[in-house]
Design a protein around this ligand. Structure first.
Ligand SMILES: *Cc1c(COP(=O)(O)O)cnc(C)c1O
Length: 411
């Protein structure tokens, strides 16, 4: 894998990496696919489904050839992440009146969010370089994931979490894995900037979403979906957008599969942002060339509380490649969709439910047709944010333990 600047195209040399180039541009991983044969890879990936205990049993490292081919396997820190369920729901399909709707439950990852798909790659890379101290800025899920992998690797982690608008569950989970949590006054975007400028000086391996390995690791989500659906994807992939690392990874993963002939047709991407934190959607809708940051992002979907998404250029390329659309949804629409996903038995945190809210809206606007199929990527677990549940579920019934009283409340 080469590390190349998104802006000026300069290749970064050396084993180490920087998250930004000397010109100020973002760095991304670029794979050399020239020696690879798509059909042989399909056979290899299928064979690896029988693995139970090697690193190839992981739903990320199963696809190692497309993620970090040079990494010596002994450096891999894995919890067999990925390997998540792909579901349909009759009730939701009928409610939407769509041909088919799938849910890819990245919420079933070991730390409860899709961040594990990328974090296993970043921490493994950092270990290979000899780092023992890891850091990130986070709205909560990145820090839980980093803290978990650092603990697995016997390393320390320091995480920077804004002092407002972060779910308490995520902070507690992060601390339970043994991370040092540093709260600060400011936004997620301020924390990102700080670590980008001072991470090296502090001797920290920085695992923010701009870490190129995280994006490479997250490509495994679409590889796994494609493999489960026998390399034929639905017409639409619907994904939430905060820092935009996941949609960037989706675009890159689709581009890999298409270039290698492993899928014959690219699906379209629908990127959903939460109103109040939707600078990328606004840029696309207004046809502007530059992103104007949102200085005070706010949404109840706390994982989307990001006003200055660092990966917007790679995200825009993903949308252009896949004839993508963007839309924004209100907190109310998100909570309504969350109720449906929770009641289907699948469950997710608010940010993830923005996908179904967006799908509903795009169908209403006739951007997505009822004869098409859509797949929503559910990014985080139902238990990641229990405060919000007080808004989406009603109070329990109360009854004396007599047959009459119970009959009365259950009637
Ligand atoms: C991080 C996160 C997102 C946003 O993903 P980006 O890559 O930052 O766009 C969405 N949902 C959940 C649950 C997350 O943890």
């Amino acid at each position: 894998m080469k590390q190349v600047c998104v802006d000026c195209g300069a290749e970064q040399t050396g084993r180490d990496y920087g998250t930004s180039c000397s010109c100020g541009g973002r760095i991304e991983g670029v794979q050399d696919l020239s020696g690879l044969d798509g059909e042989k890879l399909k056979a290899l990936f299928k064979e690896r489904l029988a693995e139970r205990l090697s690193v190839y049993a992981s739903g990320v490292w199963r696809y190692k050839e497309l993620i970090d081919p040079q990494l010596p396997p002994e450096h891999i820190v894995t919890k067999y992440e990925g390997n998540t369920g792909l579901y349909t729901s009759g009730a939701i399909r009928e409610k939407l009146g769509i041909r088919e709707v799938y849910f890819k439950a990245q919420s079933e990852n070991p730390s409860g969010s899709f961040k594990d798909n990328g974090m296993t790659a970043a921490v493994s890379h950092g270990r290979m370089l000899g780092y023992t101290r890891f850091a990130c800025t986070s709205t909560g899920n990145t820090s839980s994931s980093l803290a978990m992998y650092a603990a697995m690797a016997g390393c320390s982690s320091q995480v920077f979490v804004p002092s407002h608008s972060v779910s308490a569950n995520k902070v507690l989970q992060t601390m339970a894995y043994g991370a040092q949590v540093i709260r600060f006054d400011g936004t997620y975007d301020d924390g990102i900037r700080f670590l980008e400028q001072h991470g090296n000086e502090l001797g920290l391996y920085v695992c923010n979403s701009v870490n190129p390995l995280r994006i490479e690791g997250q490509k495994s989500i679409i590889y796994e979906i494609a493999q489960s659906l026998n390399w034929e994807l639905p017409e639409w992939i619907v994904i939430p957008g905060g820092a935009l690392s996941n949609v960037s990874a989706l675009g890159k993963g689709l581009s890999d599969l298409h270039s290698l002939g492993m899928i014959s047709k690219l699906p379209r991407i629908a990127l959903i942002q939460a109103e109040g934190a939707s600078p990328f959607h606004r840029m696309m809708a207004e046809g502007r060339e530059e992103l104007v940051p949102e200085p005070k992002p706010f949404t109840k979907a706390s994982a989307l509380n990001i006003g200055h998404p660092p990966s917007w250029q790679i995200a825009r390329r993903a949308l252009r490649l896949c004839q993508g659309v963007t839309c924004s949804v209100t907190d109310e629409e998100i909570l309504e969709a969350k109720r449906m996903i929770d009641r289907s038995g699948i469950g997710c945190e608010p940010a993830s439910a923005s996908t179904l809210a967006g799908l509903t809206k795009l169908m209403r606007e006739q951007v997505i047709d009822k004869d098409e199929r859509a797949l929503c990527i559910l990014t985080g677990n139902l238990l990641k944010d229990t405060d919000i549940l007080t808004e989406t579920v009603s109070s329990p019934a109360y009854a004396k333990l007599t047959v009459e009283a119970v009959q009365k409340v259950t009637a």
